[in-house]
Design a protein around this ligand. Structure first.
Ligand code: F6R
Length: 256
């Protein structure tokens, strides 16, 4: 894991944007795994302003609420179109977001996995992290080998996401999410986290034991993970000085 600490979400996002932009320039037909929520919002704005060529890019979103119509203001379909897809030259046919209204959800999930494989696998997966350590919507105790499937959100996640819905009761309890096994097959994972409320989840994920209690900790077993965080999110890391030192002393060919 490479831990990249910057003073603010803005400067941290610039690094993440350079990583994504480099991939799209080097591999125009790249396959990107995308996340929603508040964390990647700035990144999407920066990427839009970079005016990259998305015409051959394929995307797979991590997750979607079950039962929300795709045009619901809080569906991840709406989120992605409003915050990214409407502003770039991506081919609609290349966009994949889990269908939270699929009649047969297990069948849909199997198909989603096959589509990822048929696209050649995910080159770069963007990840946020829940305050409970979830990645995608793989909540604590999710199988570390899980595939795309239905999950029930924890009450904590429902409380965290109530800010988007108005009340906790309105947050759907069920979601489709890529599994942890699915995420682990991405060539690179790029995890972003900002703010003090992510500090415990980040410290456990980076420096704690690998455990399904903090699903993000499984990334310690992944060969290529970059963690872009701000100072408040880094505030509980015991080895933060070492991570800063490593970043400051990166060989020129490794910089972004
Ligand atoms: C969203 C997702 C979630 C979020 C996480 C953090 O697609 O997969 O894991 O990344 O809940 O959400 P924010 O960024 O709103 O704090």
């Amino acid at each position: 894991m490479e831990i990249i600490i910057h003073s603010s979400p803005e400067t941290s996002t610039q690094v993440a944007a350079r990583i994504v932009a480099r991939l799209l320039r080097e591999k125009p037909a790249a396959v990107l795994g995308l996340a929603t929520g508040s964390t990647p919002l700035r990144l999407y704005r920066v990427l839009i302003n970079m005016e990259l060529d998305w015409s051959m890019v394929t995307t797979f979103n991590l997750d979607e609420y079950i039962g929300l119509p795709p045009d619901h203001p809080q569906s991840y379909h709406t989120f992605m179109w409003e915050n990214l897809f409407s502003h770039i030259n991506i081919d609609k046919e290349n966009i994949h977001i889990p269908d939270g209204n699929a009649k047969d959800i297990p069948e849909f999930c199997g198909k989603y996995e096959k589509q990822i494989r048929a696209a050649g696998g995910i080159d770069l997966q963007l990840l946020g992290i829940g305050t409970d350590g979830h990645i995608g919507f793989n909540e604590p105790t999710s199988s570390l080998a899980s595939r795309t499937r239905i999950k029930t959100l924890t009450q904590k996640t429902c409380r965290d996401n109530a800010r988007f819905f108005g009340s906790e009761q309105e947050v759907p309890k069920h979601v489709i999410t890529m599994g942890i096994g699915t995420i682990m097959e991405a060539h690179m994972n790029l995890l972003m986290a900002f703010g003090e409320n992510k500090a415990t989840a980040i410290a456990e994920a980076v420096e704690g034991p690998v455990t399904s209690i903090n699903p993000a900790s499984v990334l310690q077993m992944h060969p290529l993970v970059k963690v872009c965080i701000d100072e408040p999110a880094a505030s509980r890391l015991k080895r933060a000085d070492y991570y800063r030192w490593v970043y400051e002393n990166k060989p020129a060919w490794q910089t972004f």
